[in-house]
Design a protein around this ligand. Sequence first.
Ligand code: SAH
Length: 237
Amino acid sequence: MTFKKIVLIMAMHSEADPIRDALELEEMDKLHPSLPMDSYKGKIGQTELLLLVNGVDPRFQVDSIGTQPATLATFAAIQAWQPDLILNAGTCGAFKSKGAEIAKVYWGNKVIHHDRRISIPGFREYGVGDYPVFTDQALAQKLEMEFATISSGNSLDMCDTDYQILDQEERVVKEMEAAGIAYVAELMQVPYLGIKSVTDLVDGGMLAQDEFLLHLKNSSLALQQKVLALLQEISIK
Ligand code: SAH
């Protein structure tokens, strides 16, 4: 399956820069003067690629990570560019006990929230989300990516309840944007494809923030390689 216009949404510049540089993407005007997102464009064969990095928060001067900026970026990008695919790439935490390793890259076959626990009839499912995702088993195999549930929450750390919810999934990665993006993609009827590279092992005994920073570079390079290979496969020659 190929796509004509792909929007790639990424949270952090350190994750996105290797991809922007490899594809020699050109910086564009901001989507909106008040929004922190940075935009870049380029081509892969006949396919147009737009990269949106969630940008630096104007007040706190750090990358705008988390579901809120991701949600906003996705809506603004779909409105401005009408893509036929939303690709979301980023880093994540994962479980050693479920076979994860640092810099392993997973393709999401399910996207949920683990921090929206609402025990009121009907709202439980709304809270979990379970948004539709685009998958291709043969392509995942060709690119040597395993499928995993991508679970979003707005904290880097994890409480016991988060752990119990995550542990119910066969293979699962933990990050902070996918569910916000997949939510908008479903509303706007654009397919969502998420791939995530492991920066930290949540059951590995090291503090997530220390392990994240230690492996951010390696993990972003592994992500870059998978994103480039994937884009080759899904672009129009
Ligand atoms: N301390 C870091 C901030 C990174 S926060 C810094 O100052 O540079 C984590 C970012 O990477 C989020 O965008 C999230 O999607 C992803 N991520 C990586 N590992 C994660 C984990 N264990 N839990 C949640 N998000 C994680």
